[in-house]
Design a protein around this ligand. Structure first.
Ligand code: GDP
Ligand code: MN
Length: 391
């Protein structure tokens, strides 16, 4: 689960990580009042959306008087901001963050995330921070420094110093970096984060380290014990299909193809998407209805994948181990009767009660293409989707 920048910076403040003074605003008037309250003569108005790349997309504006703050806020609020990290529809801006302007001498990059290969939390840093960090990582990966943190020892001072030297910091800045990195690590572990990213971490003209941007992702599996963070969820920033799926406890991820998939088990779902790709089709989603799927859940799942207007064909691929295939068939029939289905459906069912399931589907009056095996299912659904696309 992502947090907004202003929420992440509140957490930073509580952990003693230096951030500019700022206030969140939901209207242009509130933004102007925030600028007056903050004082000074330069402000930055920042669109609050769950995506980076705002700077290059007009979502971060410098303002030199209160009226400029007001008009920058008015220009962002109520619009959808499209950045390199959002879909073409963008994300709605319902709040802006008004911050005191900073005088930037250097822009660094700093983040903490889990290195899954090593099974350790990694502290990652670069002297080339700022809006082009993706390009730096791509073209000059040697400019990205990384250390892995031992879970028992925690972040050791020598490791932080090593990174500080690697960033070209010296003197008092090394000491500041050490305590900032330690505080970030404490925040990361206390709050069950899966990512905390500061880009840019700036060195100000006055020689201080300040977190100018803040991105936090909380491990959704830990939200049950992070009640204060769970309360910060902003569903307006989430994919509406994924939001509906989470209400039904379905593991669903939107993709941009046109073949909807309903599969039980994450491994089989991955294999199903691979097969579709192998046969030159494009999955519209990942969907794992789970091992213990009930007819109600299957109905909800089927309704969900059918509500995607891009879908040209559906593939149901179920291996009945714990789940009974006849229950899946009931769910599919219920859903189709409830919402109707205008696209071809290919079904591959194997395992517990598969025979009964096939009989139910055959007797339902629905036009369903039965498949014998995975490859056959993939071939058939790809061909049907291609036919649906043809004018
Ligand atoms: P992102 O593009 O979504 O990652 O948004 P950031 O918060 O990182 O802002 C993008 C860029 O705006 C930063 O890399 C800075 O160069 C610039 N910026 C942000 N705040 C200030 C500020 O207070 N003063 C100045 N001069 N530039 C700023
Ligand atoms: Mn940034």
């Amino acid at each position: 689960m992502n947090l907004h920048e202003y929420q992440a910076k509140d957490l930073f403040r509580r952990y003693g990580i230096p951030v500019p003074a700022g206030q969140v605003a939901a209207s242009a008037d509130e933004a102007a009042a925030a600028a007056r309250a903050l004082g000074g003569s330069v402000w930055v108005v920042k669109a609050q959306v769950h995506a980076g790349g705002r700077g290059k997309a007009g979502g971060v504006r410098l303002a030199r008087d209160v009226e400029a703050v007001r008009s920058a806020a008015a220009g962002m609020l109520g619009t959808n901001l499209v950045t390199a990290q959002t879909s073409a529809a963008g994300l709605p801006v319902s709040r802006v963050y008004v911050e005191s302007g900073s005088d930037i001498a250097r822009e660094l990059y700093l983040s903490l995330t889990l290195n899954r290969e090593r099974g350790r939390i990694a502290l990652i840093a670069s002297a080339s921070g700022g809006m082009d960090i993706e390009e730096v990582a791509h073209k000059t990966p040697e400019r990205i420094l990384s250390i892995n943190i031992h879970p028992a020892a925690g972040l050791e001072p020598y490791q932080a110093r090593e990174l500080a030297f690697g960033l070209g910091l010296s003197g008092a800045l090394v000491v500041q970096f050490q305590s900032l990195a330690a505080a970030l690590y404490r925040l990361y572990t206390d709050k069950d984060l899966s990512l905390v990213e500061v880009n840019p971490l700036i060195v100000t003209a006055g020689g201080a380290l300040v977190a100018l941007d803040a991105k936090i992702n909380v491990d959704a599996n830990a939200l049950f014990r992070q009640g204060d963070l769970a309360a910060l969820r902003d569903t307006s920033q989430e994919d509406p299909m994924e939001r509906r799926a989470s209400e039904h406890d379905l593991n669903y991820v939107s993709l941009d193809g046109d073949i909807a998939c309903m599969v039980n088990g994450a491994g089989l779902a991955m294999a199903t998407m691979d097969l579709i790709k192998l046969h030159k089709g494009r999955p519209a989603n990942f969907l794992d209805v789970g091992g213990g799927a009930t007819a109600e859940r299957v109905t909800a799942a089927f309704e969900l994948i059918l509500s995607n207007p891009k879908v040209r064909a559906v593939l149901v691929n179920i291996f009945g181990g714990i789940v009974r295939c006849d229950l899946i068939a009931d769910g599919v029939i219920n859903a189709v009767q409830k919402v109707g289905v205008k696209v071809p459906v290919v079904v591959r069912l194997e395992g517990t009660n598969a025979e009964a399931a096939r009989a139910k589907l055959a007797g339902s009056g629905l036009t369903i293409t039965a498949a014998a095996g995975l490859t056959d299912a993939a071939r058939k659904v790809v061909a049907l989707a291609a036919k649906g696309r043809a004018p």
